[in-house]
Ligand binder design. Structure first.
Ligand SMILES: [Zn+2]
Ligand SMILES: [Zn+2]
Length: 297
């Protein structure tokens, strides 16, 4: 089959690789019909991780079940399934508690958590390929309704971006009627804003500096705040009678750019502003990536 293969920083090729096979009774093989390039892929593409050469990218995957192992019961060939980016077994002590991102079966012993096509997240190939081996397929597969066969484009991919945005609002403890501020209006920030609206937020304020992204935020009903033109904390205060937002979400991470004086990276900017924008009794949800030091900087 053809797959997107990492060959070193800024070097990605499409290569012929062996087709994946059923290796365990609980595996399925999925024929990929949709897959995304994630911002997280750029960490590997740009060489900021120890992603091994020869590995296949792609952790956001949707497709049609091609073949199942003898122990798979909930899905069958022909079913359309969406797959979460993280790999989990469903039966270890962490999965049993719902902490599937810390699955104890999906990585080397002693390391919690696995993912498709990702540095340090286990040996699993990604889905930017024609076929994907899905371990623990019964637990992993989100089976789409039968009409998904016909309406192939009418389903949002619940693999990473939408669930991650939703998760930010869960971590923040968002309740109906809350005023929420979201730092970042990339795909995850926009999905956090959308999630906040679904959950009945009173107002959704979105902070970014890219006009095109802020326009998208406005188009779904959010209040856009351009932090390169005004102090976002002050604007949030003005919009909340000086109280601050009830809850806030951080959807940027350590690669945030400071608008002044030369748009240098300022890893603490969004976190500091977020904390200052939310009332003392409020909650914050952080899904942006923060690391002690950027080895590529
Ligand atoms: Zn992703
Ligand atoms: Zn597990």
């Amino acid at each position: 089959m053809k797959a997107v293969v990492y060959r070193g920083p800024h070097q990605v090729t499409i290569e012929n690789v062996p087709d994946p096979k059923i290796e365990r009774p609980t595996d399925a093989i999925v024929r990929i019909t949709s897959t995304n390039i994630c911002g997280s892929d750029l960490h590997m593409y740009e060489g900021r991780t120890d992603f091994e050469q020869g590995r296949i990218f792609g952790h956001e995957n949707l497709g049609v079940v091609q073949e199942v192992g003898p122990a798979v019961e909930r899905i069958k060939p022909g079913d359309r399934v969406c797959l979460p980016f993280n790999i989990s077994c469903g039966h270890c002590v962490n999965c049993e508690r719902g902490l599937t991102a810390f699955c104890l079966s999906a990585n080397q012993p002693g390391i919690a958590g696995g993912a498709f096509g990702f540095a340090d997240m286990g040996p699993w190939p990604g889905g930017q390929a024609e076929y994907l081996r899905v371990p623990w397929a019964d637990f992993m597969s989100l089976k789409l309704p039968p009409d998904a066969q016909q309406k192939q484009t009418d389903y949002v991919m619940c693999a990473d971006i939408f669930p991650t945005g939703w998760h930010a609002t869960e971590l923040a403890g968002l309740r109906p009627g809350d005023a929420v501020v979201i730092y970042g209006s990339g795909p995850v920030g926009l999905m956090a804003a959308h999630s906040a609206m679904i959950k009945g937020a009173r107002s959704v304020m979105v902070v970014d500096c890219h006009p095109d992204r802020l326009k998208l935020a406005e188009s779904i009903g959010a209040i856009a705040i351009d932090y390169s033109k005004e102090d976002p904390v002050q604007r949030v205060m003005d919009l909340t009678q000086g109280m601050g937002a009830d809850v806030g979400c951080e959807c940027v991470g350590y690669q945030c750019h400071d608008p002044a004086p030369q748009r240098h990276e300022n890893p603490n900017l969004t976190m500091n502003n977020l904390v200052s924008s939310v009332k003392f009794t409020g909650g914050i949800g952080v899904v942006g990536v923060f690391i002690p030091e950027d080895p590529g900087a």
